[in-house]
Structures are given as C-alpha cells and as structure tokens.
Design a protein around this ligand. Sequence first.
Ligand SMILES: [Zn+2]
Length: 341
Amino acid sequence: MVYKNPEVKKAAQQLKIKLEKLEDKRAILRAPELGALYGRIKTLPAGEARAEFGREVNALKAELEKLIKDSLPTTHYPLHPIDVTAPFDVNVGLEDRPKLFTADNGSRHPLTTELTKILDIFARMGFTSVQSRELDDDYHMFGSLNFPKDHPARDEYDTFVTDEGLIAPAHTSIMQNRVFKSMDMPIRAVIPGRVFRNEDLDARHEHTFYQLEGVYVDKGINAGHLIATLKAFLEEYYGQTLEVKTQPFYFPFTEPSFEFALSCPFCRKKGCHICSQTGWIELLGCGMIHPTVLREGGIDPAKYTGFAWGVGIDRLVMMKYAVEDIRHFHSGNLKFLRQFT
Ligand SMILES: [Zn+2]
C-alpha cells in the first residue's frame, strides 16, 4: 500500500516497524501514532483534502488489521464431535436447546412413598421388613407352601417361567420359608415385593403389581390376633376407625383361610362408587399358616402357630386416594404422577 500523504506515509513506516517487534500484534491499533492521525482529521478544514486524508488513515488501519490477522498462527479446528445419542445438537447454545426436564423435576413414585409409610407403621408394630425377590424356584413358589405337584390350585398362580424353570413369582409368599428358617421366635415380618400374574387387564387387575406379605409366628397365636393386627394397621394407614369382617376362603398355605374386608373408608358404609354401593371393600387374603408350611420352614406346629396375609400395595394406595384405575400406576403418565408430589 502506497500512501500519498507524507504524514500517513511516515506513520505507516513507523507503525510497521513497531508491529514487527510487538508480541501482542493487536496492540498496534492502540499505538499513539495511529491515534494522532485520527486526531489530525478533525483539525483539517472540511473539504476534499480532509476526506482524502481520512480515507488514507482508514486504509492504513485496514492494512494494519490485515497484517495482524496474517501474523496469527493458522489453527485447524477439528470438526465438532457429534453425540448421536443426544436428544439435541450438543453444540448449540443453551437458549437453542429444547426445554428438557431437569433432575429437580423428578419425584418419588406414589407407590414408593406409600410403601415407606406402610413399612413405618409395621415397624412401629414390631415387624421386620424383608425384601422379596422377582425370580424364584418351584420349591419356594409352590412346594414350600403346600401346593402338591400337579395340584389344580397351582393354576390360580399361573405366571411366567424362564427356560431354566425359574418362576416370576405370583405372590410374596415365596419368602415365607426363608423367613421361617432365618428368624428367631417370635417371627414378625412384612415382605414387600413385585409380583406377576397371568391376568386379563382391567381397572382393578394388572399383570404386574406390588404385594405386601406379612407373617407372625409365636406360641398361642390365633385368628383374633390376625384380625386385630390388620385392623390396627388399616386404621392407622387410613387415619380413621374402620369395621372389618372376614369370610371363609381357600388358600393351600393357610388353614383356615379368610377373605378380609373393611368398611369403605370413603362412604363409611353408606355406599359409593368405590365400594360398588356395598359399603364394604374386599381387600386381602389371609389365614392361619398351614401346619405343613410351618413344618417345611423348620417350625414345630405342635408348639407354634402363626398367621399370614398378602395385600396388594397398589390396591391399598388406590383405596386411600380413590384412584379409579390400577393401570395409572405403571403408565408413567405425568398428569397422574404429579398429583402426588
Ligand atoms: Zn363406599
């Protein structure tokens, strides 16, 4: 670049020499020589000469900027990595990303929250909590519970079996034998766990749900203790006085066996859609542990007696909050889940 104006020409020479020596090349744009030239423009009388001077100073500045740019090392930036699993382009700015839920928006599932409350009530009643399992063998599912081989009662508990013959348990009673063999007297345990059924699905039936087993074994235990224990628990859980009643039923692992019903906590026996206008809700199965089951668990039925029950945790929670369809619990529907947060 050749500058016609001698002042600009001189400053250009000086600035280029200076630029050579500078470590931070951009500092040349703040050099007093350049500032002086810009200051000079204002002092010139308006007219063609002043415009021409201004153009040359601007040209000088542009030349310096190009020299600075050329002096910078050329960097070859690699291509942006692409995370194909990300739900958005991770290289876009925060403001352009789709609005996702943060971890703060998550919450406990209502079944988890309620199970904590249920276990707390039983803990205060002296029950130990034992986790059930989600795969078990034929002995714990049937044999230890007084289901003879090929007995038709097994059909009620038709569920899923692996190629190796392991069973997705249809009830948490699979843990009874283990509890009997591992705990000292008196045996008081509640056993929560996930269970599986071959079930036609409707508002009250799911193929997968949660169950709470309970066992109590000691000397002199009778059906009165069973009813009183369940009544005390239900009144604490539902926070009101309830009436309960039993009627005979059949389970291979209890004798006698009962179906246990409570007065509807919503209408107090007046009749409503929750209790199908009957005032009563059939809630769970229970009974006195069969002597064969006790013996199989290493307990002498001549000395000890005990009771057991199994209740659907989903069902307990449905009753508490008037949930009309059991399938909501596993739907992942946020509209449903957020009502509990
Ligand atoms: Zn009712």
